[in-house]
Write a protein of this length. Structure first.
Lengths: 144, 144
């Protein structure tokens, strides 16, 4: 089985992008200190938001499979990057996040052994976590 | 130089996540056919939105550096994934996108040689493209 997800994007200005995903509109921009018009979260913040949303879904899917009580999760995410490369400066540093740190706090009565098993499954079965942790082919071509 | 980006997320239900990124709120959910309450784009659609926003910024940054005229871009993105793994079925398939395809259509008078050079720089200097195309360490720990 294969699912295909599609979005369409249009630049509204050099930093603001309006993205349509089905019936939803997502506004991506940059903060003023990165030269943007600050009308939405920025691309790398959306990466963290995508990971958060995915981890929430997986947290509940796997808790249900394990019959583990779970009434909610709080997730804190952060990532570090060196802006040198996208700003065009000479650098050996990679363009994107060098590391992403995530702390998931589950609202549960489960014991620590159960939680360790749960967390491992959440991490390895989350599509967004997989796409970040492992190389994903991205082909970028020019339209007419 | 190192920039740290942070977001906080809270599950509102097993599929709906409310993410705070600075002063912005991002709603992530799943469509009804994936068991969700459909109040926002889903995690893997946000991955494409993040990539779109990043490519727009880089398109303009690099056009400016190259003195290439650019009045806007349209970007179409799609990705395929097999839902078997996150649904808990036995599978060899990876959890996330197997491939992401992007088509960037620039509004420009630049010639094809200039455009090829521009596209290469856009792709290699985009932080989100880097985080997808190359492995990114993600550490996931349990909060208290």
């Amino acid at each position: 089985m294969k699912l295909t997800f599609k979005v369409q994007a249009q630049s509204e200005n050099p930093t603001k992008t309006v993205v349509k995903a089905r019936n939803f509109e997502v506004i991506v921009d940059e903060p003023k200190n990165l030269g943007g018009t600050d009308e939405g979260a920025n691309p790398v913040e959306y990466v963290l938001a995508a990971l958060a949303g995915c981890l929430n879904v997986m947290s509940h899917v796997i808790a249900k499979e394990m019959n583990m009580p779970l009434t909610g999760v709080t997730i804190d995410l952060e990532g570090d990057l060196d802006p040198a490369k996208f700003m065009g400066k000479s650098t050996e540093a990679r363009a994107g996040y060098q590391e992403i740190r995530v702390k998931i706090t589950p609202d549960t009565t489960a014991d620590s052994e159960t939680l360790a098993k749960w967390l491992h499954a959440v991490e390895t079965r989350c599509p967004v976590s997989d796409n970040l942790q492992n190389a994903t082919p991205v082909s970028i071509t020019l339209g007419e």
